[in-house]
Design a protein around this ligand. Structure first.
Ligand code: KMH
Ligand code: ZN
Length: 280
């Protein structure tokens, strides 16, 4: 059954530079302001990467804990920390992200070429992330950059069991140079592969760069959910830089309304994803 739309905002990412995209939220204050405004517009989940004092990506433990606490204090958003970090982050630091005990964390389901880099996700590392999240009651969002990542997820769940909360939610990250293309055909192919996953598995999708809008429209029409934000696109339209994450969330909300699939509230998002009501 098609429900309302889960809208995740991914406001920062690890790849864009503040000097090239001044609207990118890189300080805690900027992140909190963005989070509050995106929640008011209709976002219910925030996918978080943090930056250091030089606006460079970091997985600093203290900053991660402060960020989780501040987001919980100031918003009702489901707080999802990235365990992906940046392509150069060591596995140990990526696993330690879970020590900040967010509501959710991302779990990428395989290695993928990532532009000129390689985003490395070894099988043993994936298993470690998945089982630590199970033990700590952290709900994963499985990041799918390529179709084979869904086969890996099926293997993971059959060997190591369902995630915390019992619900499986995946996010198709499409249009990364080296991963699956950001096309409606690829999205439908990925959706077909969900048949091999537990009944009730849900998906969101995001298209990187110029694939943002085709992926957004394809996901809505296929019954999927949405992720938008400056992690994935810093261009609103040809020749027009994104002014803010709010601009991207407002556009997603507008499309969801047109599709008659209204944004889920934060409470509805928690219910859908199997995230406990509060962890304050
Ligand atoms: N920054 C990418 C290398 C995630 O957040 O889990 C990985 C990424 C995926 O963004
Ligand atoms: Zn990310």
């Amino acid at each position: 059954m098609t429900t309302g739309t889960l809208i995740t905002v991914a406001p920062t990412g690890a790849e864009s530079a503040k000097v090239e995209a001044p609207a990118l939220p890189v300080t805690l204050d900027e992140l909190l302001l963005t989070a509050k405004e995106c929640e008011a517009l209709g976002a219910s989940v925030i996918h978080v990467h943090i930056r250091d004092d030089e606006a460079q990506p970091t997985l600093d433990q203290g900053r991660l804990r402060d960020t989780v606490a501040a987001l919980r204090e100031r918003t009702d958003l489901v707080v999802q920390l990235s365990s992906g970090g940046s392509v150069s982050d060591p596995e140990a630091d990526r696993l330690a992200v879970l020590d900040a005990v967010p509501d959710m964390a991302s779990c990428t389901m395989g290695t993928v070429n990532f532009g000129d880099d390689v985003f490395l996700n070894r099988w043993e590392f994936i298993v470690e992330l998945h089982t630590r999240m199970q033990e700590r009651g952290i709900v994963p969002e499985y990041e799918i950059f390529d179709l084979g990542h869904l086969t890996a997820l099926q293997r993971l769940l059959s060997k190591h069991g369902l995630p915390a909360g019992g619900h499986v939610h995946v996010d198709f990250v499409m249009g990364v140079p080296g991963g699956m293309p950001g096309t409606p055909a690829a999205l439908i192919a990925a959706q077909h592969m969900l048949r091999d996953l537990p009944a009730g598995t849900t998906f969101s999708a995001t298209g990187v760069g110029r694939t943002t809008i085709p992926v957004l429209l394809a996901s809505l029409s296929a019954g999927g959910h949405l992720r938008v934000g400056m992690e994935d696109t810093v261009t609103y339209a040809k020749g027009q830089p994104v002014e803010s994450n709010m601009q991207l969330v407002a556009r997603a909300v507008g499309f969801a309304q047109l599709a008659q699939r209204l944004p889920l509230t934060t409470a509805e998002a928690r219910e859908l994803l199997g995230v406990p009501a509060t962890r304050r």
